[in-house]
Write a protein that binds this ligand. Sequence first.
Ligand code: PRX
Length: 650
Amino acid sequence: MTGQAANAKLMQAFLSDDLIFHPSPEFRNNANVQDARIYLDAEENWLQYWDKEAGNLHWFKKWDRTLEWEQPFAKWFVGGKLNAAYNCIDRHLREGRKNKAAIIFEGEPGDSRVLTYQDLYREVTKFANVLKDLGVQKGDRVSLYMPMIPELPIAMLACARIGAVHSVVFGGFAAEALRDRINDAGSKIVITTDGGYRRGKILPMKKNVDTALEENTTVEKVIVVKRTGAEIDMVAGRDLWYHQLMEDAVIGCPAEAVGAEDMLFILYTSGTTGKPKGVVHSTGGYLVGASSTHRMVFDIKEDDIYWCTADIGWITGHSYVVYGPLANGATTVLFEGAPDYPARDRFWAIIEKYAVTVLYTAPTAIRAFMKWGEQWPAGRDLSSLRLLGSVGEPINPEAWLWYHEQIGRGRCPIVDTWWQTETGHIMISSLPGITAAKPGSASIPLPGLELDVVDPAGRPMPAGQSGFLVIKRPWPGMLGTIYKDAQRYVDQYWGRFENMYFTGDRALKDKDGYFWVLGRVDDVINVSGHRISTMEVESALVDHPAVAEAAVIGKKHEIKGQAISAFVTLRDNYTYTDQLVKELKAHVASKIGALARPDDIFLTAELPKTRSGKIMRRLLRDIADGKTLGDISTLANPETIMQLKEQYAE
Ligand code: PRX
């Protein structure tokens, strides 16, 4: 059957509403989890379930209590002592993995490096000693602003080894966004590079750090990894070369026994205000959750070559490029570049080159691959693949089916994994050996977890009706708090419903109990799986001298899932020009990063507002999605919205 014919058949099955994919007997018989009783057993005693999972890690001191729950603050594995780097490296040296590849690195230009667990031990302990020599102590924050090169996980693990807290900032963020994140964390050290490769160009990472640090008072040293050889300024007394520091560093550094509740990292994510939230993850619960879910959902075996394509600057990279796979002693692929450079078959070339067995990527990438055409994967040997994963946004059934057929060649189960920066690890996903998959649904919560869909009063919704997605009991990887803003943590996640964590997502449960996540209900846009707050983009726009007021919305986009549309009113003395629109887009990119650049900006005399002055974003969203307008009777200026609708249609 040709790819197209197979796809047409699958689409037909989907439309007839009976499209379910059961694991093959062969997959099931070899799976890490084969018995569906795991759900019932975990349900019967969920604390005991997590206790057992925690037993897979190495603890310097066993915990006294599994959970202390003073809503909304949870303490997991209280009294336990461990070290994340020790779990990701040292214990594997004793368990026969000394010469096993821990990290397979593929650089954008095609350079490649393999680090065994022994190599990782050497590099991490040396760099841990470098940090110590520079005065970094337990609890100190270190900001990392780097491309996807081995020195990034090395630096993360070196921080973890000495009990310092890392805060990784995605390399695509602009100087100002970086500055806010360094300042909020109060970092002592920043680690960066002389640039990173992106589609043949070099990203000016060091220059962004220099700008970000202009008025900074906490950062003492900047450590620079030489990656590209690009010319950069080194500030005397502050900036140090990584390779020079490493030359004299000693191998071997004790792994600090930290408390299970001690902070492992801060990761900033967008919320509903303009200010990013520093999501705090602790060591014990996070590592238990990340490693346990990684082993079960990805069915990890000793000889797997596992590749998660996410950037480490996001939570997916933290949990499923670094901590989950390394804690499990797996081989993890690290890729620096883009899927279409130098050609549109780069992913497939990498799978062929390293014989990747498990691939975890995002719907936005899959939709781009679909658009580029099946000739790209068709020309490569993908026979090593045995399992596929998806994350970041709902995967539309068409993309699911294409992924299944063109990449999995009809053989590989797909796990659609729902989770968030705040949850730390996967919460809803099929277990590939036992759960049947329905394309478009993330399926059911993993064992030991309790999620539900509720109405505004917190009552469970009947099957098939959409409501708010909530989590009803604590889970090990849950965020501890928002850094320096516990009140925001309480209000944001626990203020909406009594006794439940509110995810910010809308979802429904079908008659089989499968969860279908439908998108966000708050002012967060999901662009290519990246969370962007409308407020952040709005503040970047009004920061421009020409802009009086701005309203930003997410509109449907074929590949990115959502794209950013902005509606802007100008100050007096400024007139509409195409040049100004370009300038405003560039302004947003320069303040936040290219990921936040609006696709389109509409200049308008007025924004639609209620009589109390609130901007009606809902109506703007309707216009952008080409829907018929909802109720406009509460508008103070109904004529505005009609004009905008006409303008948009042009
Ligand atoms: O809306 C959901 C969507 O991404 C949000 C979390 O974004 P972030 O914290 O950046 O983490 C992304 C990677 C874990 C969620 O609130 N989301 C994530 N995965 C899925 C999803 N929506 C539907 N299906 C998914 N599999």
